[in-house]
Design a protein around this ligand. Structure first.
Ligand code: ADP
Ligand code: 5GP
Length: 188
């Protein structure tokens, strides 16, 4: 079973929250593709769990060696990318691969894997709610927060290119909808 489940959305929409939940309830069926990034770890993040935290030089070397399936400069000067090694490791365990990637990365994965990929766009109920969640998460210094907010409006315009859109309003309902979508996809 070589399947992929892609979660994309603007920062603060709830991708990490939803993906973490699915990974606890459906760990027998799926595993997380740990991306590489050049951003610094947030408090509590561990190398190899949330991300592979790389220097710019190491990231560029991996790009040159063809180790990335896709990579994007998601924010100015900050690179993120999906490693082939993660995908093969998970497929070798006979599990589907779950991605938390930006909107461009999600669309490029969908283009490549077509019907083997389920691309879910997680939309916040409104831009105001998104801003509120981002501010409450308090993980970004102000100028990074402003960059994420500026990018959010652009990213929201891509939802129609996704297989399905889930509005993340009441978290429990979002969990149920996503579980149902993923189960439906994995059972076909
Ligand atoms: P992303 O990974 O898309 O950037 P997160 O999963 O980090 O988003 O969610 C952003 C913040 O919003 C987090 O503090 C999270 O706890 C909170 N959050 C996520 N979903 C909901 C929801 N449905 N209702 C209220 N808060 C939520
Ligand atoms: P954060 O810094 O909040 O963890 O993530 C910032 C953004 O980068 C999020 O939209 C996240 O989905 C995206 N991202 C994380 N990993 C990857 C990746 O491998 N490829 C791409 N294209 N985007 C990624």
């Amino acid at each position: 079973m070589q399947k992929l489940i892609i979660f994309s959305a603007p920062s603060g929409s709830g991708k990490t929250t939803v993906v973490k939940h699915l990974l606890t309830t459906m760990s027998d069926k799926m595993a997380f593709s740990v991306s590489a990034t050049t951003r610094k770890p947030r408090p509590g993040e561990e190398n190899g769990r949330e991300y592979w935290f790389l220097s710019n030089e190491d990231f560029e070397r991996k790009v040159e060696n063809g180790e990335f399936l896709e990579h994007e400069e998601v924010y100015a000067g900050i690179l993120y990318g999906t490693l082939w090694s993660e995908i093969h490791k998970i497929w070798d365990q006979n599990k589907a691969v779950v991605f938390d990637v930006d909107v461009q990365g999600g669309l490029s994965l969908k283009r490549r894997f077509k019907e083997d990929a389920l691309a879910i766009f997680l939309r916040p109920p409104s831009v105001d709610v998104l801003l509120d969640r981002l501010r409450k998460r308090s993980t970004e210094v102000e100028h990074h927060l402003q960059e994420r907010i500026a990018k959010a409006n652009h990213e929201l315009s891509f939802e129609s290119r996704y297989d399905t859109v889930v509005v993340n309003d009441v978290l429990e309902e979002t969990f149920e909808k996503c579980e149902a979508l993923v189960n439906g996809f994995l059972n076909t």
